[in-house]
Design a protein around this ligand. Structure first.
Ligand code: DAH
Length: 345
């Protein structure tokens, strides 16, 4: 019987070690340690033994059962560890994959030009002023010395909301609005914004575009102040070597009125395709604020004078960056826009 016990023990231990998962292991447990298993049979057979042998055999069977249980638990533990390891391996995430680069946009070229001009003028003590895009006829025309029926209105046909309300054709109405609000004659403003005209769109025209207006009003402002300011602006925007030229012009809201040209930044003045062989590039309009405009805003034009100027933002950007079609600014083609990536912080 002792021999049978030994054999049985070897057999069970071997079977336990051969199991590959907890289900198999459980089957072995039931088969050998269960009520119908061989160990139970052995215990039942003890009755046939002599009283001297009985305790000895009892001890052996218990010892065996203990050993088997121990090995069984160890193996169960091992199987469980294995299962966890396998699961972890199958669920592993490769964290070493490099991340996807996020595309960062850049400022629109028009915003860039506006901000650059704002910075320049704020450095000279100007404030940035804004006005409504849907404007009154009064501010867009009347207050700027363009009464109803004035022929110069023809050049600035626009979209009318009603007889008296329209989409502004220039940023000049902000001049009138600001002067009207200011107490005392000390105005120094720069006004960027959208403007509208009843134009057919082509490479150089758009029914909506941007302008920047400048206005300085105080006692003793002279034409030379305008010239010095524009000279500084030209050099800052287009290079220190630029020279400016003022030509007589006409605007109803300035007297005298001028058109400012800069010496060509491509050929330096000798003539090329950018300056159409003239050596000069037209950049903006300006002049001394017309006495009627000052009077309408409530100033005494015998005491107070001022200068004003206005420019197209798209035109400045086209010249500065060599853009050949104004429509590029509005179509949102990233191939165009991404060329204006800024390198400076
Ligand atoms: N408002 C004019 C235009 O849109 C531009 C302009 C000219 C503005 C002369 C001014 C100025 O302030 O003094 O054509």
């Amino acid at each position: 019987m002792e021999k049978r016990l030994q054999e049985l023990k070897e057999e069970v231990l071997q079977k336990i070690k051969a199991t590959l998962n907890s289900k198999e292991l459980n089957e072995v447990r039931v088969a050998y340690l269960g009520k119908k298993g061989p160990i139970t049979d052995l215990l039942k057979g003890m009755g046939k033994l002599s009283p001297e042998e009985r305790p000895k055999m009892g001890a052996l069977v218990n010892e065996m059962r203990q050993k088997v249980t121990e090995v069984l638990e160890e193996h169960a533990e091992k199987l469980e560890q294995q299962a966890i390891a396998e699961q972890l391996a199958s669920e592993a995430i490769d964290v070493t994959l490099p991340g996807r680069t996020v595309r960062i946009g850049n400022r629109h070229p028009l915003s860039r030009v506006v901000e650059e001009i704002e910075d320049l003028f704020m450095g000279m003590g100007y404030e940035v002023a804004e006005g409504p895009e849907v404007e009154r006829d009064y501010y867009n025309f009347e207050a700027l010395n363009l009464p109803k029926g004035h022929p110069a209105r023809d050049m600035q046909d626009t979209f009318y909301i009603s007889e008296e309300i329209l989409l502004r054709t220039h940023t000049s109405p902000v001049q009138a609005r600001t002067m009207e609000k200011k107490e005392g004659a000390n105005v120094r403003i720069i006004c960027p914004g959208k403007v509208f005209r009843r134009d057919s769109d082509d490479a150089t025209h758009s029914h909506q575009f941007m302008q920047i207006e400048g206005l300085v009003v105080a006692e003793g402002i002279r034409m030379s102040d305008l010239k010095g300011t524009l000279d500084l602006f030209a050099k800052k925007m287009f290079g220190q070597d630029r020279e400016i030229r003022l030509r007589p012009s006409f605007f109803p809201f300035t007297e005298p009125s001028v058109e400012m040209d800069i010496s060509c930044f491509k050929c330096g003045g000798s003539g090329c395709n950018v300056c159409k062989q003239t050596g000069w590039i037209e950049v903006l309009g300006g002049g001394m604020v017309h006495p009627n405009v000052l009077e309408k805003a409530g100033y005494d034009s015998t005491k107070v004078t001022g200068f004003a100027f206005g420019m197209g933002v798209e035109r400045i950007a086209m010249l500065k960056y060599g853009v050949d079609d104004i429509r590029h600014f509005y179509t949102n083609d990233v191939r165009f826009l991404s060329q204006f990536q800024e390198t400076e912080a």
